[in-house]
Write a protein that binds this ligand. Structure first.
Ligand code: DHE
Length: 532
């Protein structure tokens, strides 16, 4: 027994010695690696030479809190679903990969401040409010205009949705992300880029009127239903920025912290029209925030936000945009609001990890989670849609990791059907007047397919291949639901217009990697078939 123990120990010591030697060798090799140069060569272009984010997110310890180092190692080598980043396993060996991991988890000497004064200093007002004509310079039904974002060369095209003819093509900031938002009955569009620039475009006069940098690394923006305010969700700094929609002057920067002082990135923010509020989900704090923009916020919006009180000119105390925090079970990386704007349906991308559930429904009035939702994989809820099916309203979501569309009953939150697809999808769309829901097959060998699903039978009735070999993605309908516009995500790409009933092609317009397209009527009426 004694001998056995000895030999076990000596085996262990040998293993430990070998492991220590390997670690020392790795450390020595890593020391020789110039990780800064490696970063600049392989990562800087997308994540920013300064690691503050560009097309890709900021790579700083403050923003990597939920990703363990060994997971980051894995992401660099093998990539992961839903990101544009390729796997680096054939370009970098393990030591180089480890050096990069260590590099991105090393704090920067200082992170640039981006508060009220920096935001204010970045503001560019090209045409002050009220200085441009109030009638369009072109003939078209404003309600049926589309704006198409062409990611390929950072442009946008204003499209006449009756004639399917471009009206105007103009440059955008670098790497827009998320849906641009229409406002003021189609007069203005608000765009946001991943590096935080908000641009306000006057559609009637076909020119930008104002811009401001609302964050260093941003997610998306929302516009209040009364067109008064714009709110921006940021990854860096950990803030929400509220702007005056008229000229994009900053009104308030809300630090995103919990009561213990932990800070968080913001997953996304949307407008809840009837509540006169914005709703934001947080990535690093298990809370949902509701931010009131009502002139007289209802009870329950207050507390610690009073720290931001300002004295108004007439001496009255003001507390604009107070926050109501709702504790939830786990982080929400992705979510949508239901059509009555009283519920948040959200998921964590960690799946059912400790302290978190894959999917949950949060009641904004009851201020708590009221249901769990069985949504494995990585459902893409910001692209989920709802429709009437018989007596019930169903919610359908594509899944970035699994080849399925999941259909839920919105009363019981039970899964009604898992529709098998030819691969994981990104975007799903429909229209109140259309019998069909469209979903792309964004990932994998069948990325050029587009499924059309019967909204009542929940069966795929047709699978289109608009441009063989090229990714087809993201559908948006004309205001009457008669036509569906599909993007071909390629530099030599197109918008392909389909008759939404016969499913036959009508025309195609050349475009440079048109990522998304957004119809005035469908967006402003908050159609249940599209994102809001
Ligand atoms: Fe998006 C919308 C999150 C990667 C193209 N994307 C959104 C929204 C969120 C989101 C929260 C809704 C905001 C809105 O419209 O106001 N996207 C994420 C991610 O977390 C993810 C997976 C990782 C990331 O890099 O941020 C991600 N998204 C992408 C892409 O790689 C895509 C395909 C290309 C790109 O632009 O970078 C992409 N996302 C889009 C588009 C929309 C969008 C086109 C708007 C869809 C709409 O119709 O509203």
């Amino acid at each position: 027994m004694q001998r056995l123990r000895c030999s076990l120990y000596s085996g262990l010591i040998l293993v430990v010695t070998a492991a220590a030697a390997a670690a020392a060798a790795a450390a020595a090799a890593a020391e020789k690696i110039d990780s800064g140069a490696l970063y600049r060569q392989h990562c800087g272009e997308c994540h920013g030479a300064d690691r503050l984010g560009a097309i890709g997110p900021a790579l700083l310890p403050e923003n990597l809190g939920r990703l363990r180092k060994n997971e980051a190692f894995d992401v660099i080598r093998h990539s992961r679903p839903a990101v544009q980043m390729p796997p680096f396993k054939d370009l970098l060996d393990e030591q180089q990969t480890q050096a990069l991991v260590d590099y991105i988890y090393t704090p920067l000497n200082s992170i640039p401040a981006w508060g009220m004064s920096e935001i204010k200093a970045s503001q560019l007002v090209y045409h002050p409010p009220g200085t441009l004509p109030n009638t369009p310079t072109f003939q078209a039904d404003i309600n049926n205009l589309f704006v198409v974002v062409e990611l390929g060369d950072h442009h946008a095209t204003l499209l006449d949705g009756d004639r399917f003819q471009p009206i105007h093509r103009f440059p955008t900031r670098f790497a827009l992300h998320g849906g641009p938002k229409w406002a003021a009955n189609g007069r203005y569009i608000y765009f946001i880029s991943r590096d935080g620039w908000v641009s306000k475009f006057d559609v009637f006069n076909l020119r930008y009127v104002a811009e401001v940098r609302a964050g260093i690394n941003s997610r998306n923006l929302a516009v209040s239903h009364d067109d008064r305010y714009v709110i921006v969700a940021n990854y860096l700094p950990h803030t929400l920025t509220i702007l005056d929609a008229r000229d994009l002057s900053p009104l308030k920067v809300i630090p995103v912290t919990d009561q213990e002082g932990h800070t968080s990135r913001v997953s996304a923010v949307y407008t809840a029209d009837p509540r006169e509020s914005f709703v934001a989900a947080l990535k690093d704090i298990p809370e949902v925030w509701e931010i009131s923009y009502a002139d007289k916020p209802p009870a329950g919006f207050s507390g610690w936000v009073h720290d931001y009180r300002e004295e108004s000119g007439d001496g009255r105390e003001q507390d604009p945009f107070p926050v109501r925090r709702i504790q939830v079970k786990g982080y929400l990386d992705d979510f949508l609001l239901n059509q009555s704007y009283d519920k948040v349906i959200g998921t964590s991308r960690d799946g059912a990890t400790e302290g978190s559930v894959a999917g949950q429904v949060v009641d904004l009035d009851l201020q708590r989670a009221v249901a769990r939702v069985n949504l494995p994989g990585m459902p893409h809820l910001s692209s989920a849609i709802t429709w009437q099916r018989g007596d019930s309203t169903v919610l359908a979501t594509p899944n970035i990791r699994k080849p399925e569309v999941t259909v839920l009953d919105t009363k019981t939150w039970a899964v009604i059907k898992r529709i098998a697809t030819q691969g994981p999808g990104f975007f799903m769309r429909s229209h109140e007047q259309s019998p069909y829901a469209w979903v792309d097959v964004f990932f994998g060998p069948n990325k050029d397919l587009m499924h059309v699903i019967d909204k009542q039978t929940l069966e795929i009735v047709k699978t289109l291949r608009p441009a063989p070999g090229k990714t087809s993605a993201h559908v948006e309908f004309t205001r009457d639901g008669r036509y569906a516009l599909v993007s071909i995500w390629d530099m030599d790409g197109a918008i392909v217009v389909y008759d939404a009933n016969t499913l036959e092609e009508v025309t195609r317009l050349p475009m440079k990697k048109p990522s998304g397209k957004y119809n005035v009527h469908n967006k402003l009426t908050r159609s249940s078939g599209t994102s809001h």
